[in-house]
Ligand binder design. Sequence first.
Ligand SMILES: Cc1cc2nc3c(=O)[nH]c(=O)nc-3n(C[C@H](O)[C@H](O)[C@H](O)COP(=O)(O)OP(=O)(O)OC[C@H]3O[C@@H](n4cnc5c(N)ncnc54)[C@H](O)[C@@H]3O)c2cc1C
Length: 452
Amino acid sequence: MKFINEPPKKIPVLAETDVLVAGGGPAGLAAAIAAAREGVSTMLVERYGCFGGVITQVGVEGVAWYRHEGTVEAGGLLFEFEDRARALGASTKECQSNSEAIDAEMFKYVADKLVIEAGVRPLLHCYAVEAIVEDGVIKGIITESKSGRLAILAKRVIDCTGDGDIAALAGAPFTKRERLQFTTQLFHCRGVNTEKFLRYIHEELKPTYADWKGVWKVQTNGKEDDMFSPYLMKPFQDALNDGFLQKPDHIGYGGTYSSVTPEGEVTQINAVHITGIDCTNVEDLTRAEIDGREAVIKGIEALRRYLPGFENARLRNFGMALGTRESRQIEGHYRLTGEDVMNQARFEDSIGIYPEFIDGNGRLWIPTTGRYFQIPYRSILPKKIDNLLVAGRCISGDITAHSAFRNMSCCILTGQGAGVAAAISVKDGTSTSKVDISKVQEALQKQNVRVY
Ligand SMILES: Cc1cc2nc3c(=O)[nH]c(=O)nc-3n(C[C@H](O)[C@H](O)[C@H](O)COP(=O)(O)OP(=O)(O)OC[C@H]3O[C@@H](n4cnc5c(N)ncnc54)[C@H](O)[C@@H]3O)c2cc1C
């Protein structure tokens, strides 16, 4: 690659804050709100025009589709986000669980309310592009926006970019697997004859979680096999087998939907996948967006022919951005493992419990049993750089643990833990690596998080 030298430049300081959160997805929203509620000045910087991350930008609405009678959860901001969405008319019944699906569009408004009411200072359309680091301690970030390049100085920084952008820029160690999980061009349909569609699903197709073992070879642990799953593979398979649908090797069809509305919509159709994409590479992202949209349009043609009720269906909208499941994982002071998740691990520095829910990388376990594990603070504490925390899908863990903590409800939990820990460390004048964990746990419990 050819290089040029960028001339040195003075950068104006836009603001100084106690806690700066980069990225306003499930983790970032929770981190900023939790920190602000502990009484420290907090800023939240988001690259797009709305908060909500994968919820609002990709259109993923099932924040708690794993929830059943026996599921044990931490509560905290997850419950609050759900309650607030319900109160503002921003949720509908989720089709496979005791939960409600969030309305991805309305959640933009819900998130604005939550951020403003908590006293967080928001910045939208603002990309975090550089970390300011001195002697192994993060001091803030540099942003780019329509206002140019601006610095924000912060006593503590929480990286909630999903991709660990700030941690990587700061020089914190991370891993990234050679073959990352596939990306998804998510879409929603309208014009569906929902009565006919639902009759076909519930009376003829009758999909269950055991069906995931077919084409996708997904392992369950048996207990979920007979449970209903909104799994849509057959129409795509039929269209492919008949040669009606043709696809390049890097495109995959098949997946799920989340809600069926009285207005004739079937939402969150998570069924067009693009493999071989690294979402930290701009050319890969561009290719995935364009190839994904092409594949969705062809996929809808297949659904119109092969899926009862979809004869007159049309695209309502694409997600506004490609959906990424996996990119960088930071190397934390503890690396959460699949063994921890599946063996109810307990940690003295727990920042919250999470049910035994695994979805990804060839495994699907639904938490119907009441089993749960704890998440240690050390898994959100990156090595090498102090006063930096990471929350969300890029915390420290192996790929099986990732299939649990990447779920939005867990991202909210690690976000809340990071926000509280950052705030306590500011108030006590201790670095994030020396923060008094018992005080963090106490504060989290006051914020209605089940820690043990
Ligand atoms: C197709 C798909 C389907 C899924 N289905 C489900 C599901 O049904 N249920 C579930 O619980 N989970 C699901 N997941 C997983 C889950 O949505 C994500 O793992 C989760 O949203 C991650 O949360 P996060 O806050 O870490 O990151 P994100 O939700 O990705 O949020 C990151 C935020 O940071 C912003 N950002 C990124 N970089 C920068 C930067 N440099 N500067 C400023 N802002 C930045 C982004 O715009 C975004 O708002 C799905 C994921 C995908 C892709």
